[in-house]
Design a protein around this ligand. Structure first.
Ligand SMILES: [Cu+2]
Length: 271
């Protein structure tokens, strides 16, 4: 009886110590260069994540250490002693309610204000507009062409040859440029993504840009941001959208505006 009690205690403490070591080890080997930041607003999101991780990390380590300490310090000596009954302590309870409340409310308010600036602010007038339409299992990317206007679409016109159901009766559709799984964006210029879906809910996820927005059938969602790094990045679907979800990926290319325009002309000629 006594031995199994001690074993239980050791297992209990061992569980916390091992858990703690694994967590700290995981944190230390995290490579901040793993997903290089490539957008303007992303800095704020990264900082908020780091601040949250540091604050919750300190609390986590402290509470786990205290748990281990108390388990050891107040373990039974096996001589039938009675546990000390400690019903309440007003002062302590007020402190441990108010301190976390203030910290959490601060994090929430800072997050809300920041998210408001990123998401609930009208995109700048000069934003470069690109449409991205999800389907099982690909991304159709559409540029409005020279007229700067997207042609009308109609789901009934969708076919193999016309993946987004472009209505050629609309003159604005004539110069629209459609590419598959390749999203090219101009460097250092605000971009406005117009996001739609043909079938089920998808989610446009651009990890390097700290952008994630659902693509919902029947509506257009948007996300505006400014790419700040030239290069090639991932474009993936972050919503489990069917058996082929894992292969619903493309890439993002960020390049200076003149190069992007040249590429668009090439694409236009190919169509
Ligand atoms: Cu998807």
């Amino acid at each position: 009886m006594k031995i199994s009690g001690r074993l239980d205690g050791l297992l209990f403490v061992g569980f916390f110590v091992v858990g703690l070591i694994v967590c700290i080890w995981y944190l230390l080997r995290y490579d901040p260069g793993f997903l290089p930041l490539a957008s303007e607003h992303g800095r704020f999101i990264d900082n908020l994540f780091i601040a949250t991780l540091i604050i919750t990390g300190i609390v986590f380590v402290l509470t786990q250490l205290l748990l281990v300490y108390f388990t050891f310090r107040y373990k039974s000596k096996g001589n039938g002693e009675k546990a000390y009954w400690y019903p309440d302590n007003k002062k302590l309870e007020i402190i441990w309610t108010i301190v976390p409340a203030v910290i959490i409310v601060t994090l929430i308010v800072v997050g809300q204000v920041g998210w408001g600036k990123i998401f609930h602010t009208d995109p700048p007038e000069n934003a470069y507009v690109v449409e991205i339409v999800g389907e099982q299992f690909a991304w159709n990317v559409r540029y409005p062409g020279e007229d700067g206007e997207f042609g009308r679409t109609n789901p009934e016109l969708i076919s193999r040859a016309n993946p987004i159901g472009l209505d050629t009766a609309d003159p604005a559709s004539e110069d629209d440029i459609l590419v598959l799984n390749e999203l090219r964006l101009p460097l250092d210029q605000p971009v406005l993504l117009k996001i739609r879906s043909k079938d089920v809910i998808h989610s446009v996820f651009l990890p390097n840009f700290r952008v994630k927005m659902d693509a919902v059938p029947g509506m257009t969602t948007t996300f505006s941001f400014t790419p700040t790094k030239e290069g090639e990045f991932d474009l993936v679907c972050a919503e489990l959208c069917g058996l082929g979800h894992y292969r619903m990926r493309g890439y993002v290319v960020v390049q200076p505006m003149d190069e992007l325009e040249e590429w668009l002309i090439e694409q236009r000629e190919m169509q």
